[in-house]
Design a protein around this ligand. Sequence first.
Ligand SMILES: [Zn+2]
Length: 183
Amino acid sequence: MQPAVPLPPTVPSPHGERPRIAPLPAPERPDPVRDRWRGRMRLAIEEAALATATGDVPVGAFVLGPDGAVLGRGHNVREAVGDPTGHAEVVAIRQAARAVGEWRLTGCTLIVTLEPCTMCAGAIVLSRLARVVFGAYDPKAGAAGSLFDVVRDNRLNHRPEVVGGVLAEECTAQLLAFFDTQR
Ligand SMILES: [Zn+2]
């Protein structure tokens, strides 16, 4: 009788003839909260890569309308234009506000490869974005839960939903690869 369920793959044991059961790769657990943003985060990673041409830290951002349409996009241009506020989020938010025709980005989502800093978290609150989705956590400067939690501070009158850690490993690897080249 053949077993109904296929056996796991085996590798020959170096200690004898009897096969050893090889460890199966850990199954990727479904993550319904983060998984739906993975495709958009890949686009933000591509946007981030554009920053390195001017020696800027690779951070990329998108603003999506309530229907998912792209309203704004941007990457870090701090070095490119010599602007301390030239963070990817600010660039994308400004473009989205121009597209919408007003400063309120009600119902919109910001996707960004790195956890927003205090300035960008402030801009997110002030633009009334409904949601912020970020990739890499920033323990040193993150203001969406790591060092501060500006976007979910009960004392402020607007608190967007936060989804952190989407493709966090890829986003972190992109930043680390950049800083490696800067040494
Ligand atoms: Zn920022």
